[in-house]
Design a binder for this molecule. Sequence first.
Ligand code: FES
Length: 123
Amino acid sequence: MTWTDYSSAPEVGTPICARAAVRGALAVAVETASGAFPLLLVETAAGVRAYVNACPHQYLPLDHRGPQVLSIDGRRLTCSNHEAQFDAESGEGVAGHGLGCHLDAVPVHEADGMLRIGAGPQA
Ligand code: FES
């Protein structure tokens, strides 16, 4: 499954939020004509990454039970439900219920201080 398979997947160019609003990990809902699209924005050393905020273990939002999902060093995401772990830059599962799974990456790009849904590789 990829992010475009979600019924509420936003159009390319849809604004998300100001880049400055992303400090660590930030869960947002992008409003679309088909409903709210759950997005998890993550600040990494390689730039902002975005994933559908649905853990592949049980498709709950990663921050369902608490907002602290990003490790102190910014390299791992840990689902607040059952502690599946994912690489923050790639979304690949690295431990627990995350093994063999990956988060659905969403391309984003930054322009004029604003993050938007992108068409290609992530920013
Ligand atoms: S829903 Fe994320 S680990 Fe279970």
